[in-house]
Design a protein around this ligand. Structure first.
Ligand SMILES: Nc1ncnc2c1ncn2[C@@H]1O[C@H](COP(=O)(O)OP(=O)(O)OP(=O)(O)O)[C@@H](O)[C@H]1O
Length: 272
């Protein structure tokens, strides 16, 4: 008597559940307002201005409020590189400053995982000190140990390309062009892995080969599980580095989505 073979059933391959997305920055209905004092005519001598400031009858019309960010909400996740775009004065830098904790919000909430680092065109460097000393101070300010800085020093200087045309790293930073200074700032900041790194136009001032190096480094930083924000007017840089774009206009979040979708709408809007 033939014995029936047990039915061979192959189980479908077990798929690993998608890794949970870890939020790093939550911006919840944020409004940011600058208060500008002395926004009147500005006429008269300095003494007159001082007495106006001290006077009890200070006119309210001398104080003006600039509502720079209006009800913006979004969540950024670990591993994302997010481009922030929008026309001049649309609130991009203001929003990043608040995320970095440098500017209070008028209302709404910002939650961050770790301390976000803002690398802006105006990031503080000591102009009278040499580039080399700024590398050491910048490293210490970012929490690196002296040994870590010592071992990474050459890498930072080489990445910046400051010494390509001579020994500039031993000269005071005031002798650097704005592009050279921006490159050194980026190189110092990029030497460390950040939970959240925000880059405000720093790449715009570098030449093409430096931009390329920086874009590669941004991609690496993302892989190392951080979140990168990049403010730029250069749509190519955004396309090359970001997978998501937040578009601000007049302080309002106009669009938030995949890079190509948002940039296409933005380019239609700007006519570029
Ligand atoms: N320190 C300040 N005091 C008062 N108003 C300010 C200050 N800084 C920025 N603003 C105003 O806030 C608004 C947003 O400026 P912000 O610098 O955030 O724009 P942005 O999108 O980064 O512009 P850009 O592309 O030109 O760098 C603008 O109307 C600007 O005039």
């Amino acid at each position: 008597m033939a014995v029936a073979e047990p039915e061979q059933r192959t189980l479908p391959p077990v798929q690993a559940p998608p890794a949970p997305r870890v939020p790093t920055v939550v911006v919840d209905d944020v409004h940011i307002v600058y208060t500008v004092y002395g926004a009147g005519t500005g006429k008269g001598s300095a003494t007159a201005a001082l007495s106006r400031m001290l006077s009890k009858k200070r006119r309210a019309s001398n104080v003006r409020r600039v509502h720079a960010v209006r009800g913006v909400s979004f969540t950024a996740y670990r591993g994302e590189a997010i481009g922030i775009i929008g026309s001049n004065g649309s609130g991009k830098s203001t929003l990043l400053k608040s995320i970095a904790g440098l500017l209070p919000v008028e209302s709404g909430k910002i939650y961050t995982d770790g301390q976000p680092s803002l690398l802006g065109v105006n990031a503080a460097m000591m102009n009278d000190l040499t580039g080399g000393t700024n590398v050491i101070l910048g490293g210490l300010a970012m929490g690196m140990s002296r040994d870590e800085i010592r071992s990474r020093y050459k890498g930072i200087v080489d990445f910046s390309g400051i010494n390509e045309k001579g020994d500039f790293i031993s000269l005071p930073m005031r002798t650097y062009s704005s592009g050279m200074a921006a490159r050194l700032r980026f190189s110092i900041a990029a030497a460390k892995n950040h939970d959240v790194l925000m880059i405000d136009e720093a790449l715009a001032t570098g030449d093409r080969s430096f931009q390329k190096r920086s874009e590669d480094r941004i991609r690496e930083l993302r892989k190392e599980a951080g979140t990168v924000f990049l403010v730029s007017h250069n749509n190519k840089s955004i396309r090359d580095t970001c997978d998501r774009v937040v578009w601000l206009e007049h302080g309002v979040l106009r669009m938030d989505g995949p890079t190509e979708e948002v940039l296409t709408a933005y380019e239609e809007h700007t006519g570029k």
